[in-house]
Design a protein around this ligand. Structure first.
Ligand SMILES: [Zn+2]
Ligand SMILES: [Zn+2]
Length: 286
């Protein structure tokens, strides 16, 4: 079993999360409900009528745990005044019919589509939306980033002004900006300033895309450290970029697509550094 608050593995005992058998959850329970920190955040469970829904929910919950433990290591969700988001884990398939699931974050509620955990669907949507990196853990990190934005804006007085100076004013009308993005697409040369085309849609999406990628890269750098890989670069970000390039080359050797296909231009590097500075909140109360 895994204790996410102590960041360590413990022998299996009666503290196992109540979703261990049902969802393959490996975390220890906390609180009164018998659920672990992550399973307890699932406020709404998906409709499981589709044959593949139980397995995809299990994969989606695993991605949520992975994203949450990364944030716990950065000092998030520690202490009584540090709230966790709640999740609605929904399925697009209900009783043989397809229902639309809009993933997003609103006031601490994150909605996820468990069908995105299906590799075939993810691949098809990757091509349809021209998103080279589309993963379940990426979706979770993107939506968590919106939640963290609100926490940073509430708790760190210097965050909002610094954010606006770098990424724009998040108070710009969201619906208007999104309509313009879907009508016109990203501006030419967006790679100089944004991590993804979608990040150009609105400053909130720039933050969420940038922060999700910062968390991906930090995770890469931690994995490299755990494997004792000596890497060039002073910062975690630079070391992670090195790992990303290595991974891409390894996979090209095997005829596989680049696992980290993002372009990190100098302008994007500045935004990733900014995001990492605020995402690492060990020592500050958020
Ligand atoms: Zn659990
Ligand atoms: Zn978003």
């Amino acid at each position: 079993m895994f204790d996410p608050r102590q960041d360590c593995v413990t022998p299996l005992d009666d503290r196992a999360c109540a979703h261990r058998a049902r969802l393959g959850c490996s975390w220890i329970a906390e609180g009164d409900g018998g659920l672990c920190l992550s399973c307890a955040t699932t406020q709404l469970e998906p409709h499981l009528s589709a044959d593949d829904a139980p397995a995809l929910w299990e994969k989606a919950e695993a991605a949520k745990r992975w994203a949450l433990v990364g944030l716990l290591r950065l000092g998030w969700f520690v202490g009584p005044d540090a709230p966790l988001p709640v999740f609605h884990m929904l399925s697009e398939k209900v009783d043989g019919a397809r229902q639309s699931v809009m993933m997003g974050h609103q006031d601490g509620l994150i909605t996820l589509n468990i069908m995105e955990a299906d590799p075939a669907r993810a691949q098809a949507r990757k091509q349809r939306f021209a998103e080279p990196l589309r993963t379940m853990v990426g979706h979770v990190r993107h939506e968590l980033a919106h939640f963290l934005f609100d926490r940073l804006a509430q708790t760190q007085p210097d965050f909002a002004p610094a954010f606006r100076a770098l990424m724009g004013d998040e108070r710009d009308d969201y619906a208007t900006a999104m309509a313009a993005y879907y009508e016109n697409g990203p501006a030419d040369g967006w790679q100089d300033t944004h991590i993804s085309a979608y990040a150009t849609a609105h400053p909130h999406e720039d933050w969420a895309e940038t922060a999700a990628n910062a968390l991906h890269l930090l995770d890469l750098s931690h994995s490299a450290q755990a494997l004792n890989l000596g890497l060039a670069g002073d910062s975690a970000l630079d070391q992670a970029q090195t790992v990303g390039v290595m991974l891409n080359h390894f996979c090209r050797s095997l005829g596989q697509p680049d696992p980290y296909p993002m372009i990190i231009s100098p302008g994007v590097h500045d935004k990733l550094s900014f995001a990492l500075g605020y995402l690492d909140c060990r020592g500050s109360a958020v």
